[in-house]
Design a binder for this molecule. Structure first.
Ligand SMILES: Nc1ncnc2c1ncn2[C@@H]1O[C@H](COP(=O)(O)OP(=O)(O)OP(=O)(O)O)[C@@H](O)[C@H]1O
Length: 291
């Protein structure tokens, strides 16, 4: 089973070093979440993995072979991105046909079923569809091409809540029917938290988290109680943020607690959800667009 390796990838745009020596691996048949604030470099990373652009240094390989100029490998990957690559006048059914020509086969049965469920007319011209429907057509193609690695860059852009829900259901069903690797880059963390098995958090050009979703939640804590008691308890722990409300304080911790430490009765310890952890971990790291 194929595995993708991102090996010390750096990417600069002029003097702006967007990705800084990034390394991680994608295993077969797993659903990944790729999270990061605006401008963190998620699209850049996905574009490098699928050779739409190239790394300044480092490499991406599939089973030890570089992805660059390797048609066999590229035929096994699909990137659904915000960019609309289809001509305005192209009809939806022609888009499906084109995907079949590019990838050698296409799951028409599933595509027609999805088109019906989402309410897409096969004869509609791409340019005549709304923003949400542009995303839907691209999602249908992504789920119906015969590849083992599907990358979604902001897959639910413009989709209403019902259509987002339907997409998540269909993604999981498609995964059950034919397990493969999905990487979902999104800002809607709460919505994908239940779907992704493994999470990468990209911050300031580095991967700051690369772990199984459950393991991340297991290591994320909110310690709440009277200010002094909380501050005393948290000394030496990895506090990634805090909140105060009147005399109460909450410290957010990412990492192991000290089992030896006595927990005062006045303190409550709970796990934190992925979104909250993300907010605190990446707080203050806005990536300004460089002139
Ligand atoms: N072609 C380019 N030329 C110059 N700078 C670029 C180019 N593409 C991306 N960048 C810069 O690289 C940084 C990362 O952009 P990227 O689109 O990868 O971020 P992102 O995490 O996908 O952001 P968002 O969540 O806002 O879509 C930004 O500072 C952006 O301005």
């Amino acid at each position: 089973m194929a595995q993708i390796k991102i090996d010390h990838v750096t990417r600069k745009f002029g003097k702006n070093e967007v990705l800084k020596d990034i390394s991680f691996e994608l295993e077969p048949n797993k659903i990944y979440g790729l999270l990061g604030r605006n401008g963190a470099g998620k699209s850049t990373l996905l574009n490098i993995m699928t050779t739409r652009i190239f790394a300044s240094s480092g490499k991406v390989t599939m089973d030890q072979q570089s992805v660059v100029e390797n048609d066999d490998i590229l035929a096994d990957m699909f990137l659904m991105s915000e960019v609309d690559l289809y001509p305005e006048r192209m009809r939806v059914e022609k888009i499906f046909k084109q995907a079949e020509l590019c990838y050698g086969s296409f799951d028409y049965k599933k595509a027609y079923k999805l088109a019906e469920e989402f309410g897409v007319k096969l004869t509609a011209r791409f340019g005549g569809l709304s923003t949400g429907y542009h995303s839907i057509v691209k999602l249908i193609v992504a789920l119906c091409v015969p590849v083992n690695f599907v990358f979604f860059d902001e897959p639910v852009l413009g989709l209403d809540a019902n259509h987002r829900e339907l997409f998540y259901q269909e993604l999981l069903q498609s995964y059950e029917e034919r397990p493969r690797t999905f990487v979902i880059s999104t800002h809607l963390i709460e919505e994908i938290a239940q779907i992704v098995e493994h999470v990468f958090i990209l911050d300031q050009g580095k991967i700051v988290i690369d772990d199984e979703t459950q393991a991340i939640i297991d290591r994320s804590y909110a310690i709440t109680g009277p200010k002094k008691a909380v501050s005393d308890y948290s000394v030496g722990l990895n506090v990634i943020g805090h909140q105060t409300l009147g005399g109460l304080r909450t410290d957010y911790i990412y990492g192991d607690l000290d089992d030896e430490r006595v927990i005062p009765d006045t303190i409550k310890i709970e796990h934190v959800d992925l979104q909250k952890l993300f907010v605190y971990l990446t707080e203050g790291s806005v990536n300004y667009v460089k002139e």
